[in-house]
Design a protein around this ligand. Sequence first.
Ligand SMILES: Cc1cc2nc3c(=O)[nH]c(=O)nc-3n(C[C@H](O)[C@H](O)[C@H](O)COP(=O)(O)OP(=O)(O)OC[C@H]3O[C@@H](n4cnc5c(N)ncnc54)[C@H](O)[C@@H]3O)c2cc1C
Length: 413
Amino acid sequence: MTDACDVLVVGAGLAGLQCARDLQAAGREVLVWEASDDVGGRIRTDRIDGFLVDRGFQVLNPAYPAVRRWVDVEALALQTFGAGLRVRRRDSLAVLAHPVREPGLILRTLRSGLLDLRSVAGLLRWATPAFAGPRRHPGSDCPLRDALDRAGCSGELRRVVDQFLAGVLLEDEGSTSNEFALQLVRVFATGVPGLPRDGMQALPRQLAEQLTTPVRTSTRVASITPDGGAALVAAGESRIRARHVVLAADPVHSAELSGSDVPAMKGVLTHWFAADEAPSGADMLHVDGRAPAGGPLVNAAVISNAAPSYAPAGRHLIQASALLGPGRPVPTEDDVRRHAAELFSSSTAGWELVARHEVPHALPLQPPPLRSLQPLEGPSGLIICGDHREAASINGALVSGHRAALAVLGRPG
Ligand SMILES: Cc1cc2nc3c(=O)[nH]c(=O)nc-3n(C[C@H](O)[C@H](O)[C@H](O)COP(=O)(O)OP(=O)(O)OC[C@H]3O[C@@H](n4cnc5c(N)ncnc54)[C@H](O)[C@@H]3O)c2cc1C
């Protein structure tokens, strides 16, 4: 027998969960079917030998407008990173820190050797529009690289900016929308990113726990077929007739299910290591400021310096991330260790590998022009949401889920 429901949400990542929560709050009956064995989508955390290990290094910035609006950040007990970077230079490890948030590091920052007047002026010229408010000139967007060049951001400082942004945007060609990068700059300038006490997955779990009907996990939707004014959804042996279907799957599976083109995605490889001694006392990201860089890593960090809950007492957790992509060899553990040793200026000999996460589909591309809000209605009357419909971020996924809920609520009963 085929069951029936009002709204079925396919996918329990941030977008699907936010959508379901909004619909529930509006008094609608909503079910969520999730292919994986737990909620969270691209935000999952495993506990391994007492360490908390996220599936690919990522951080939560509490300054994202959607996070401020819909997430109980206090309940997540964020453990924040230091506001700055440790930079590997040819002969030294320099510090570049936020002058207001890390006043104790001002002198070291000024003496870093990275701040020549011309580069700083160029960087400020580039970043200033970030504070003029969101989406100022949607028509004037361009690739990030061109905007930095035009602003005159150059020298070693430019190299550091490029490395930092490569780790955030998961691409190092500067092909991302400059408007999108500026939105992130604004968020980084106004909020301090951190990691929840129970790992990044605590974020989607918080949303899921508010649903009165629990997410049905291990239920992969195989087809969604229009059926009169409704849709027939099949997953394994299960069939359900839903008046509305919100497809909140990841970009690749969303495209497969809706019959649209599979979008290009950016990937990342994160190695997680355990160590008895922290290779650095810093709670900041380490990046390579040299040209060319000494290896494949876009960043590395002693996670447990910023987030002590990620490691058992007396031990340390280190992450090291490299980009993945077409034509790019996948770095070996030896490549990663060699480069990490240079970034931290410390031996990696005693490090044990805790986990290795190869995430080829981490983020959808975000080229210029930054898309104006895209229609959510899919080819067969579906409502489609997810970061690929809005912006490639936690904020984008939450906003997209919210907009999908509004679209359902706006449909005739
Ligand atoms: C390694 C990494 C680092 C990141 N770093 C950051 C960061 O620092 N800051 C930031 O803002 N963003 C970051 N992001 C991006 C952010 O995590 C995503 O934008 C966001 O989580 C996407 O949420 P979503 O709901 O759109 O999609 P997803 O999280 O992909 O959720 C989709 C869900 O649909 C399910 N699904 C798929 N197919 C089916 C099916 N057929 N049936 C049922 N269910 C299905 C999937 O299993 C999944 O649970 C990072 C992402 C990764 C992977």
